[in-house]
Design a protein around this ligand. Structure first.
Ligand code: ADP
Ligand code: ASP
Ligand code: MG
Length: 440
């Protein structure tokens, strides 16, 4: 039995948390490969090490050295090492790191040092070997993960090593320099290692006892999801449920390795099991929906034209305008004579929106184009919906009863989710209304 364990920022935030990590790792000998994040927030007003490291990079670019900001990094790590009673010369490691950040002038390199230092400390504390992620995780010339090469490297580098600590969040790019994943990317590292060593389980340790039906900041009493499929999780994490990085399921998916979300501060809690899609067990008595998640700040471009559907190439022409501006489309609900293009508002700044509307008018001569801004997109997700008629009706009734105006609806043909667009101001209210309608 091999388990890969990833510990997130709060689990690495200070010596007290790191001691809990050691207890967890020591309690089960199959917990062989430990992936760590950089120290995160110790309290609400604290700053994540990763954020300070990005500031170090900015300082180095501006004034030639990151000395001032790096003092904060030094303080955190020397305190952790001292409180853990370790004898490593952390100042020597920090001196070298500070110099490298000044010399490399790379935001990715600077940001990656949080995980690097965290892993150096953790390896020392556990008495395990430190194995650098940059020796195993490689990106291709277009910046995408080279998964075949990476798989082979993980397998060969870790074979014969009983226990190791590996820094999360980064690998090496094609040219040999350090490249990070997007924020929260240590979850991906854990998944890559789990896949490479052929783990039986990927444990993702964080500060909540699993994936909750929705964001606890919106519904404090939100229940924990005991079991969820890769697909459902992908929908929810993509839509903003930030517990697990939305790309973290891909490496383990290939090997059908389950993920267990666990709480470092309540290790006895079962947490959430993320399982392959076909392992989903339909429990009739259970909830119809699995989870709810959403994102704010979208713009809906609503286009109407009579007999749109009989006009060959209509959608293609609208989309080529969008593509021409390099915009990512989030949703594309359509009716007989209508088409809505939903785009994240931050992509439309600086006059882009006006240009897009004009070009759409020129290209397809619509009867009517209307723009709705400040829209939140909320997804209600669950395999359970497919088997139960009336789910959509329940949802829409709940929103009507709460006085929420639905500005857009998109239901995928897979019946895995129903997506609604509502005003940003109704975001929290909408999630609460859906929660109350479905979760008993
Ligand atoms: P880590 O640093 O361990 O990777 P993250 O901060 O990335 O942890 O993710 C855990 C946080 O995700 C929780 O503290 C919680 O505030 C937030 N969160 C958002 N949506 C959910 C949800 N549906 N269920 C549980 N936690 C959620
Ligand atoms: N430390 C990185 C971040 O803050 C990666 C991670 O925690 O997963 O985004
Ligand atoms: Mg995270």
């Amino acid at each position: 039995m091999i388990k890969v364990c990833k510990f997130g920022g709060t689990s690495m935030a200070d010596a007290a948390a790191i001691r809990k990590v050691k207890d967890i790792v020591s309690a089960d000998d199959s917990r062989r490969y430990i992936v760590v994040s950089a120290p995160g927030k110790r309290n609400k007003n604290d700053i994540k090490i990763t954020d300070t490291l990005y500031a170090c990079y900015d300082e180095a670019v501006k004034v030639g050295t990151c000395k001032k900001k790096f003092a904060l990094i030094r303080e955190r790590f020397t305190e952790i090492v001292r409180d853990l009673g370790l004898s490593i010369d952390i100042n020597a490691v920090l001196d070298r790191t500070e110099k490298e950040i000044d010399e490399q002038r790379s935001a990715d390199f600077a940001a990656s040092r949080g995980e690097y230092l965290s892993a150096v400390v953790m390896a020392e504390f556990l008495g395990y070997e430190f194995v650098d992620a940059s020796e195993m995780i490689l990106f291709d010339s277009r910046g995408r993960l080279n998964s075949e090469y990476t798989d082979d490297m993980v397998k060969s580098r870790l074979s014969g090593i009983e226990h190791a600590v590996i820094p999360g969040f980064y690998g090496k790019n094609y040219g040999g320099s350090i490249k990070t994943f997007s924020r929260g990317g240590s979850d991906i590292t854990g998944s890559i290692i789990a896949r490479g060593v052929g783990a039986d389980l990927y444990e993702n340790w964080t500060d909540v006892s699993g994936f909750l039906v929705c964001d606890p900041r919106i519904v404090p009493e939100a229940k924990t999801i005991s079991q969820i499929t890769y697909k459902e999780l992908r929908e929810l994490s993509y839509m903003g449920a930030s517990v697990l990085h939305s790309e973290a399921i891909f490496p383990v998916m290939k090997g059908k390795i389950p993920i267990n979300i666990k709480n470092t501060f309540r290790p006895e809690d079962k947490g959430t099991m993320i399982v392959p899609n076909e392992k989903y067990e339909a429990k009739e008595a259970e909830e119809v929906i699995t989870g709810i998640a959403g994102k704010k700040d979208f713009t809906v471009i609503f286009i109407e034209k009579s007999l749109m559907n009989s006009e060959v190439g209509f959608i293609r022409r609208v989309l080529s305008v969008i593509e021409h501006h390099g915009l990512r489309v989030e949703h594309l609900p359509s009716g007989i004579d209508t088409l809505s293009v939903v785009v994240a508002s931050d992509q439309l700044k600086g006059g882009v929106l006006g240009d897009v509307i004009n070009e759409i008018r020129e290209s397809v001569s619509p009867d009517y184009v209307h723009v709705i801004e400040n829209i939140s997109v909320i997804a209600t997700v669950g395999h359970g919906m497919a088997r139960r008629p009336g789910t959509a009706a329940t949802l829409f009734t709940a929103l009507a009863d709460a006085g929420i105006n639905i500005r857009m609806i998109d239901q995928g043909s897979s019946e895995l989710n129903i997506i609604v667009g509502v005003a940003n101001d109704d975001y929290e209210k909408c999630i609460r209304a859906i929660y109350n309608a479905f979760i008993k």
